[in-house]
Ligand binder design. Structure first.
Ligand code: GDP
Length: 298
């Protein structure tokens, strides 16, 4: 996924291997190439700028190491800065002292929220939790049905509005869902919400209304890794419009160059908790910044 980016970074750094000392000109050349590679990988411009200047600063200030040659030292710095920008330590869900823990999903239509809801429910079930899925996406005609299908596949119960009751109010459904979980002793509630094709004030208001009603312990912003540069803009809009505690990067199986990961964490300073890597329920993994940084470099 990061082939382009990693190839280019390593090519430049390989050129530096074997040299006894790293000059300021060498560092500038490397940083320029890293900057170009990141821009080509669709990383948001402010993130690229910040990343490049931090790498340059650290490379210039780096102590001469006996154990590493200068190029290895730059690799180490780039790795550390990648980990940093990707959120540092592996992000964790927050679990409530008094269950149920409420997890709300937010993101554009098509981002992969409903699919993710099923994957997350399956994952939590495997970890020993008893999750309940709540269908608060009443915007898309098929969304409730789709959630019921993924719930069935995951072996997890879905709380949905009664059919035939009109359009229904997503806030009421979310509240009823959380109340049902508390009553029936589910310890985690995953609330699926409606997106729109683009950033939209009505969508943000509805997400805020659901948020204020159910006071989630976690709000996960689900973003399609394939949307490249747009990921930063959409993430910023959701951060300001709804706020979120963590990110799920979906469609990492596609030919996205992965710039979205760096953009979203770099812009919003929120960790990526999970990655979605396909349409099947099992295509789901924890996101580890250090592993991702190694993959980018290796
Ligand atoms: P929502 O509108 O945010 O609820 O998005 P959906 O969960 O309905 O996903 C939109 C489309 O993307 C569906 O066709 C999913 O099967 C597909 N999808 C979701 N996650 C992934 C993923 O990680 N990889 C791939 N290839 N497709 C995905």
């Amino acid at each position: 996924m990061f082939d382009n980016l990693s190839d280019r970074i390593s090519k430049t750094l390989k050129g530096l291997r074997g040299q006894g000392r790293l000059t300021e000109a060498d560092i500038d050349k490397t940083v320029r190439e890293i900057r170009r590679a990141l821009l080509d990988a669709d990383v948001a411009v402010p993130v690229v700028r910040q990343f490049a200047s931090r790498v340059r600063e650290r490379a210039l200030g780096a102590e001469v190491s006996k154990a590493l040659n200068p190029a290895q030292q730059v690799v180490k710095i780039v790795h550390a800065e990648l980990v940093e920008i990707l959120g540092g330590a592996t992000g964790q869900l927050q679990f409530a002292k008094n269950p149920p823990t409420v997890i709300m999903l937010a993101g554009l239509q098509g981002a992969g929220k409903t699919t993710l809801a099923g994957k997350l429910a399956k994952h939590l079930k495997e970890e020993g939790h008893t999750p309940l899925l709540v269908a608060s996406d009443l915007q898309r005609p098929n969304a409730v049905n789709q959630l019921q299908i993924v719930g069935e596949r995951a072996g997890v119960k879905v709380f949905a509005p009664e059919p035939g009751n009109g359009v229904g109010d997503p806030v009421v459904v979310a509240l009823d869902g959380v109340a049902t979980a508390a009553r029936e002793q589910y310890d985690v509630v995953i609330v699926d919400t409606a997106g729109r094709l683009g950033v939209d004030e009505e969508m943000m208001q509805q997400a805020r209304d659901i948020r204020d009603a159910v006071e989630p312990h976690n709000i996960l912003f689900v973003v399609d890794a394939m949307i490249g540069q747009d990921a930063a803009r959409v993430a910023e809009a959701f951060r300001d419009g709804v706020g979120f505690t963590g990110v799920v990067l979906s469609k990492l199986d596609g030919d996205a160059r992965g710039g979205a990961a760096l953009s979203v964490t770099g812009i919003t300073d929120r960790p990526i908790l999970f990655a979605s890597t396909g349409e099947a329920l099992g295509d789901f993994e924890r996101f580890h910044p250090d592993r991702m940084a190694s993959r980018i470099l290796d």
